[in-house]
Design a protein around this ligand. Structure first.
Ligand SMILES: NC(=O)C1=CN([C@@H]2O[C@H](COP(=O)(O)OP(=O)(O)OC[C@H]3O[C@@H](n4cnc5c(N)ncnc54)[C@H](OP(=O)(O)O)[C@@H]3O)[C@@H](O)[C@H]2O)C=CC1
Ligand SMILES: CC(=O)N[C@@H](CCC(=O)OP(=O)(O)O)C(=O)O
Length: 345
């Protein structure tokens, strides 16, 4: 059994980690931590765990707690893990950080966009970007994973086969992205109020969202040339889900079948990528609660639109983290992640 601990277990991502891990037959959750619910039973906070999971939230004493586990999931807000994770911890356990602290190769970009001074630059160099479909071999050998977020996962997976094969103009990529409200986390936030978010859709952080440089850094690496994206996120009134619509200019005269073959080849060893039948448009409702990413393309007159959908809390966070854990521990990457999407009729 792989023994794990979850730091920040009471957040939306922490909750989703527990939901997945309680159904994972190779994992035992040894401890969970919380700063506001120390001493409380988890099933009193999230009532879906009644008679299922009643661990008590412990104080966050990482140096002591790691003695009990093989792997630590960090599900804290950005800007915390880089201070808490150090070399001595990594000598004892593997770490998967679900925040942004270990996602960037260029730490200067992280510091600029997150307004945080990174305390552990050396460790950051050892960290591997946990986008399983692209960096699988590196992840298998890693001790510290920077788990990508929901928008970036959806955006990079949509475009990776195209930039890898240099089939699109690297300077003319527009990503129009939409997210459900749970992407903001569980904390109180005016924008998340029902009266502020219901019956409305709104773009935010236009031209300066912190996921833009992360998407550009990874796509540039995959395409071996600088990639620039115009990324515009929108908040929409639903609980879960990410939908990205990416607009590209083709550099070659190719048709739908050519592009489909390219994606099927690129993702041939990627069990969670589902390329839909021609003309079917991906929707968040068909991936909800699952680790799948649904994708399709539309081609006309040298223009290409790629549409992808995923569940922000699963493939965009906790599911991907478990997929990373499976890779690190040499398990089939789908272990514990084969759940069928929930159709909420
Ligand atoms: N929500 C999403 O769709 C996605 C989120 N992520 C990332 O995952 C991480 C967690 O996100 P999410 O679960 O949504 O966030 P939440 O706000 O829902 O949860 C945050 C967690 O961190 C704990 N926490 C907050 N402040 C502190 C503090 N000062 N000291 C110790 N613990 C603290 C909270 O514990 P408590 O309240 O019990 O003290 C809670 O368990 C973030 O880095 C986020 O960016 C990544 C991809 C998608
Ligand atoms: C709706 C909403 O607010 N979404 C968050 C992103 C959530 C996510 O992807 O988390 P990471 O920042 O860890 O990547 C945002 O736009 O900042």
């Amino acid at each position: 059994m792989i023994k794990v601990g979850i730091v920040g277990a009471t957040g939306y991502v922490g909750q989703e980690l527990i939901r997945i891990l309680t159904n994972h037959n190779k994992v035992k959750i040894e401890f969970i931590t919380s700063s506001s619910y120390e001493g409380e039973e988890y099933n009193n906070i999230y009532l879906n765990y009644n008679n299922i999971f009643n661990h008590i939230c412990e104080e966050e004493n990482i140096n002591e707690l790691i003695k009990k586990v093989d792997l630590l999931f960090m599900a804290l807000p950005h800007g915390m893990a880089h201070e808490k994770i150090h070399e001595k911890i990594l000598n004892k356990v593997k770490v998967i950080d679900l925040g942004a602290d270990f996602r960037f190769d260029n730490i200067g970009t992280y510091e600029e966009y997150y307004k945080v001074h990174h305390e552990n630059k050396k460790l950051n160099e050892e960290a591997v970007y946990g986008l399983c479909e692209v960096y699988k071999d590196k992840i298998k050998k890693s001790s510290l994973v920077g788990n990508p977020g929901c928008y970036t996962t959806c955006s990079i997976l949509s475009l990776a086969p195209l930039v890898k094969n240099k089939l699109i103009d690297f300077n003319h990529i527009i990503i129009d992205a939409k997210s459900g409200i749970s992407g903001m986390g569980r904390g109180l936030n005016l924008e998340a109020h029902y009266t502020q978010s219901n019956e409305s859709i709104e773009a935010y952080k236009i031209f300066n969202h912190r996921h833009t440089p992360e998407i550009e850094e990874k796509l540039s690496e995959i395409g071996e040339n600088k990639v620039n994206v115009t990324f515009t996120p929108h908040l929409i009134p639903m609980n879960r889900g990410i939908l990205t619509t990416s607009y590209c200019k083709l550099t070659k005269d190719v048709d739908y079948d050519h592009i489909k073959k390219l994606y099927l080849d690129y993702y041939k060893d990627s069990p969670f990528i589902r390329i839909l039948n021609e003309n079917i448009s991906p929707s968040t409702k068909w991936v909800k609660g699952s680790n799948y990413v649904d994708m399709n393309f539309f081609v006309k007159d040298g223009r290409l639109i790629v549409i992808s959908a995923l569940d922000n809390l699963v493939k965009g966070a906790a599911g991907q983290a478990v997929q990373n854990m499976n890779l690190i521990f040499n398990l089939d990457e789908t272990t514990g992640l084969k759940m069928v999407p929930i159709f909420t009729a």
